[in-house]
Design a protein around this ligand. Structure first.
Ligand code: HEM
Length: 499
């Protein structure tokens, strides 16, 4: 029924798709695959051995849409260097229409002046080194609050079970929410627990729906048969997201009008509302809402999922956890808490984060790009309007590039010291559309994970290894939320009790 290639592609889950028809794929020829239920963004990797015959690039066709799939560093390099401007567009997928507010948000906008402007604002006002330094206190505060929460339940020194998925999600959302809107949603002294619940549901649904099978994107005749079920759900979700972010805008507008609050807080909504005063036709509420939505969603779940995978890997490799603890004890000591400025002195911890991003990248196919004109990759012609999927998971787990790719080995980065891993390790993408939040993510993941390792002892909840299966969703989530047992390290109790 299916060809060998079909099996490599479907079983190897380069792309997890529906049924492939026989004899439709040939390497580099632009030959077609037709599929019945493409699940583009949930492409899920599996162990690599099935994958060795996959060529440097594959031209395929999803329904009516030509796609080039790039699973090699050399081809990725071509895409993000000589062809970077050509591939700086995003395809017009249904998610971009509804969740990208008609392709006007930073994530979904086409390459051009509007995108450049949004990107400049996001970088300057939120994500530049300078802004990250200004917001440094927020990250310290939130990580210490997390330590405090973990400590409070286990002062007695007994191990207790904690739900680390929720803890990490709440941490990252609080950090990004405070940078954008100046308020936190989770924890003590927070009045907005209902808002927090609403937002969590919005994030979960956004990730599910963005990843959902969406025939309309690839088979236009489905659209002509009426609004698809997915599209109806997207419309409802869009309304919820707009309502949520509009309420935050109104709240800030009221505060700005309030003569008592003359001082501007410097958070992002305030900056955007100031820009609205000078250029109301461009900085509409629609544009402000889109900016908030992208940053809140992109900024929270990706970093939280990375922390969860990292801790899961440490629980399954206690000797690595011990080595990381000893690196922190030697370089930071136990009389003060780890700080972001220590991270450069902790190469082993850095290796743990990189190894996590290598095996469990939050966006295994990055975000789809699209060519704005004809170009070549590896000598093959790629027509204008071709969707580009860079399979970063495949590149990062290729045994021709990485020794024992399925093994969690942070020391491999020490061995590579001084050598560039640029196109071999692409968890944040690269080039013009590369992730602008990398600096924030690396600081926050480093500080949070470092603090967990420095302050607490961690063990698995049972005798078995933590299940490392991947669930469904856009950010390569764990199939099961991570439950772990922790207790304070005796040498850290005094410090923790002073928090
Ligand atoms: C571990 C954490 C993160 C990972 C792995 C990650 C990964 C990515 C990837 C792979 C892309 C797409 C690159 C491409 O299209 O080639 C992306 C885009 C983006 N990310 Fe991140 N990200 C993370 C955290 C963040 C944070 C903290 C923020 C901001 C608060 C953020 C904001 C964005 C935005 C706005 C885009 C769209 C950029 C554009 O289209 O111009 N990300 N991210």
């Amino acid at each position: 029924m299916t060809s060998r290639y079909d099996e490599q592609i479907s079983d190897g889950r380069v792309l997890r798709t529906g049924v492939f028809h026989k004899s439709l794929v040939r390497e580099g020829t632009g030959a077609e695959i037709s599929c019945s239920s493409t699940m583009l963004s949930s492409a899920r990797p599996i162990p690599y051995k099935r994958y060795t015959a996959i060529p440097a690039r594959v031209f395929i066709r999803f329904g009516s849409r030509p796609v080039v799939l790039v699973p090699s560093p050399s081809a990725a390099e071509e895409c993000f260097t000589k062809n970077d401007i050509i591939f700086a567009n995003r395809p017009r997928l249904l998610a971009g229409k509804h969740l990208g507010n008609n392709y006007t948000t930073l994530l979904w906008a086409s390459y051009g002046d509007h995108w450049r402007n949004l990107r400049r604002i996001a970088s300057l006002e939120l994500l530049s080194s300078n802004r990250l330094q200004i917001f440094h206190g927020i990250r310290v505060d939130e990580v210490q609050l997390l330590c405090q929460r973990l400590f409070r339940g286990s002062e007695s020194g007994e191990y207790r079970i904690v739900d680390m998925k929720s803890m990490f999600f709440e941490l990252t959302l609080n950090v990004v929410m405070r940078m954008i809107a100046g308020k936190r949603y989770y924890g003590e002294n927070v009045s907005g627990s209902e808002d927090a619940r609403r937002f969590k549901a919005i994030v979960t649904e956004t990730l599910q729906l963005s990843a959902a099978t969406n025939l309309v994107d690839f088979l236009p005749f489905v659209k002509s048969a009426g609004l698809s079920k997915t599209e109806k759900r997207l419309l409802i979700l869009r309304a919820k997201r707009d309502k949520f972010t509009q309420e935050l805008i109104e709240e800030h507008r009221r505060l700005r009008c309030d003569s008592a609050s003359e001082q501007r807080s410097g958070n992002m909504i305030d900056v955007l509302l100031s820009l609205q005063e000078t250029e109301p036709e461009y900085y509409t509420d629609h544009i402000i809402r889109g900016m908030m939505q992208v940053l809140l969603i992109e900024g929270s779940d990706t970093s939280a999922a990375t922390m969860e995978w990292a801790l899961s890997s440490l629980l399954n490799n206690p000797e690595i956890l011990e080595q990381a603890q000893s690196e922190i004890d030697t370089n930071v000591g136990q009389s003060r808490l780890i700080e972001e400025s220590d991270l450069t002195e902790l190469p082993y911890l850095h290796g743990i984060i990189k190894e996590t991003l290598r095996i469990y990248p939050a966006a295994p196919l990055l975000v789809p790009h699209e060519s704005s004109e004809e170009c070549t990759i590896g000598g093959f012609k790629v027509p204008r309007g071709t969707m580009l999927l860079v399979n970063s998971w495949a590149i990062q787990n290729d045994p021709r590039i990485w020794e024992e790719p399925s093994k969690f080995k942070p020391e491999r980065f020490r061995e590579m010291a001084g050598k560039s891993d640029k196109y071999m390790l692409l968890p944040f993408g690269t080039g013009r559309r590369g992730c602008p939040g990398e600096g924030l993510a690396m600081r926050l993941v480093g500080l949070a994970l470092g603090s967990m390792i420095q302050c607490f002892e961690w063990v698995r909840t049972g005798g078995e290894l933590v299940d490392m299966s991947v669930g469904t969703g856009l950010t390569m989530p764990r199939a099961q939320p991570l439950l772990a047992m922790c207790r304070p390290r005796p040498a850290m109790v005094t410090l923790l009790s002073q928090l």
